[in-house]
Design a protein around this ligand. Structure first.
Ligand code: GLU
Length: 282
């Protein structure tokens, strides 16, 4: 009996140590590669799950989009093959906390570089310049941001899109802040809201979905400059530098342009040229 107990305990210890080896411990650090020069067992990367063309979890369980391609390229440069990537959903309002907690090694999730965010996280990049825009029904008479005042508008909590509306673009709009943009588009389709605002890159991806074909239009207003950066835990300069090198390489070897064509082509999104590292358009 005693022997069996010892054996069971030993077996448990073995399982635990194997689990620790496979998963890199439970603090998320080894698993995400924090503190090392990369090349651990797994890397956790934050993306969006519901933004077609940028970060999407497909019904098959596969992941697609420009951010996914950028993140996969960067991970490879950090020493991780695609099958070592563990994708984690990081909604707009969760990104700073996910990095601070060490839930993910980095975030590529339509994450605009802003001074306010830079107080909490560090950014590599930028790797894409997008612009805030409005998505409205095909027959809508909303053509300017000021047309939104007193109208029902949907955006996402924790986004620059919602903040810009409140601060300056249309402070008198009836702003509904959801957790994700896919919740907003459902409201736009049903008529519960008059417009959806966020980056044109995201809106183009939604509008091009089969189920929405011909229903919506982008106003093309370029209401802001959204410089997408790769978010990294505050103080992790080593990772920021490595990601910047990876992003430069991605542009110079043509992989950036390929990712643009693959992901924005279907939505006919006219993207800006590749930005230079550190070149923030204000
Ligand atoms: N790029 C903007 C932001 O970082 C809007 C898109 C988003 O919510 O991710 O807030």
């Amino acid at each position: 009996m005693k022997l069996r107990k010892v054996t069971a305990a030993a077996a448990t210890a073995l399982v635990l140590s194997l689990t620790a080896t496979a998963c890199g411990g439970d603090d998320g650090n080894d698993e995400s590669g924090s503190g090392s020069s990369g090349g651990g067992d797994k890397i956790k990367i934050g993306i969006k799950y519901d933004q077609p063309g940028l970060g999407l979890k497909e019904p098959s369980g596969d992941f697609s989009g420009f951010d996914v391609d950028v993140a996969t390229y960067v991970a490879k440069e950090l020493g991780y093959e695609p099958d070592q990537i563990e994708w984690v959903e990081t909604k707009s309002a969760d990104r700073e906390n996910a990095l601070a907690r060490g839930d993910v090694k980095f975030i590529a999730a339509t994450y605009s570089i802003t001074d306010e965010r830079k107080e909490k996280v560090d950014f590599a990049g930028p790797y894409l310049l997008a612009h805030q825009d409005l998505l409205v029904k095909k027959d809508s008479d909303i053509t300017e941001a000021t047309d939104l005042n007193n109208k029902k508008l949907c955006s996402v909590a924790g986004s620059t899109s919602a903040q810009n509306i409140k601060d300056e673009l249309a402070p008198d709009a009836q702003l509904r802040e959801n957790g994700t943009y896919s919740e907003c588009i459902a409201g736009l389709q049903s008529g519960a809201v008059d417009a959806l605002t966020t980056d044109d890159s995201i809106l183009a991806g939604f509008a091009a979905q089969d189920q929405y074909q011909g229903q919506f239009k982008l106003t093309g207003l370029k209401l802001s400059n959204e410089n997408y950066g790769v978010g990294v835990k505050k103080g992790d300069t080593e990772t920021v530098n490595k990601i910047n090198e990876a992003l430069e390489k991605m542009v110079s070897d043509g992989a950036w342009e390929t990712a643009v064509k693959d992901n924005f082509g279907p939505a006919e999104y006219k993207n800006e040229p590749a930005p230079k590292i550190g070149d923030i358009v204000s």
